[in-house]
Design a protein around this ligand. Sequence first.
Ligand SMILES: Cc1cc2nc3c(=O)[nH]c(=O)nc-3n(C[C@H](O)[C@H](O)[C@H](O)COP(=O)(O)OP(=O)(O)OC[C@H]3O[C@@H](n4cnc5c(N)ncnc54)[C@H](O)[C@@H]3O)c2cc1C
Length: 458
Amino acid sequence: MKTNALLSDLAAITGEQHVHTGADLAARDPGFHPGNLGADLAVYPDTTEQVARIVTLCAAHKIPVVPQGGLTGLSGAASSDSDSLILGLRRMTKIEALDPRANTAIVQCGATLQSVEAAANEHGLSVGIDLGARGTATIGGMIATNAGGMEAFRNGSMRARVLGIEAVTATGAVLDDLTEVPKCNEGYDLKHLFCGAEGTLGIVTRAVLRLTPATTATTTLLIGVGDAAAALAITRACRAVPDAEVLQTEIMWRNYAVTVAAEIGLSHVLGFCDAPAYLLIELSAGDPDAALETLFGDPAVGAAMIDAVVAKNEKERAEIWRIREESFIVDNTVAHCQWYDISVPLGRIDDTITAIDTRLNALDPDLGIWVMGHLGDGNLHYTIGNGQPQPPARQAEIADAVYDGLKKTGGAFSAEHGIGTEKRASLAKYGDPEKLRLMRAIKHAFDPQGIMNPGKVL
Ligand SMILES: Cc1cc2nc3c(=O)[nH]c(=O)nc-3n(C[C@H](O)[C@H](O)[C@H](O)COP(=O)(O)OP(=O)(O)OC[C@H]3O[C@@H](n4cnc5c(N)ncnc54)[C@H](O)[C@@H]3O)c2cc1C
């Protein structure tokens, strides 16, 4: 595939210095999936026109194209093999416009979440979405994975933040759907198909983002609770506090919190109580002291809370957040572990956790289970393992133990990290057959040659 003619065609589009092969490419950081740099060839354009020319070239030669942003995706969706061309978008970082009257930003796809957030903050605005990989994850990658994160319970996932997109489709044509208005009923809403498509329908080159007023946390609490129902009762009570807004509501079950805290030397942060679970809740309150007084005076909070600490300063706040955000420490500590990213309706979280525990225990009582998640939208992240490699059949049994019954409860086996390569078998098994048929038809309509990120999702 890597012919001299192809290399010189690519170099003619981007300049030779933006075409990478061999040792030069292998020396780069592969990001969060070891297979990301499996292709022997990568090209880094910086305009939509260059992306369109590259895809036109690939379409003519039937070369598979793997779009890549910040490489923080967790499902293998940006992995590439030796037949494919990596189309890296990290040079397309421009924030082209930011309109504080309309609360919108027009950005190129390679801009990181952090850079757009910083630009929005200058106008008292925010992207309205946040995740641990903020410094590296790109807007294009976040659209392609329909990223969720910690503010999705109040602002929606990425799909809800996108007003318009520009994309290069599999023929190299440019789809201009860069609307800047919340209301647009001009036929089928194609832009939303690109949200969560994981690069299989085309390459998002620019986007119009809907911004929200920026908020400032005034109060960070870590509260020991018995279960998710108690954490939700406290969250409800926080919402009822006058002149206060709940900005974050995250939950960590004990095994997760204790493991991460110990690994990063912050066990003392949990020293205030031995609880089955910990609620991390953050408020923006006009009068923080009055808000806390109201909250702790609420009998519902008294009944639901085991004990609580309030961060006294930024250092204590950062320590609490590190325990929640450094989740990859569990994955690094437990050899051969598997992770899951599920959604559960709020009223069914405790029952689901108990049912999953029971099924996993029946399978292998030595399996360790670490759970945390975004409480506000019922998104739970599981890490499971016993330190030993699991043969594929056992891996499938563990997946079944986590996913069984989720659909009946109204939940989802994939919440915010997408399907990529790692959850394809589960999509084939748990996806509704008619939905899968329509997805294949849509894929074929967008990409009849099957060159856009093949082997992912479907
Ligand atoms: C520490 C950490 C915390 C995280 N927390 C969260 C979280 O709370 N919530 C959450 O949802 N995710 C989270 N993630 C996952 C990850 O950050 C998101 O999936 C993110 O959206 C990926 O963006 P990226 O630019 O890194 O994309 P990449 O990893 O480069 O690519 C991901 C997918 O998007 C495609 N893609 C990339 N750019 C484009 C483009 N311009 N057009 C079309 N397709 C494209 C790729 O082909 C691939 O399919 C976390 C990851 C880490 C490492």
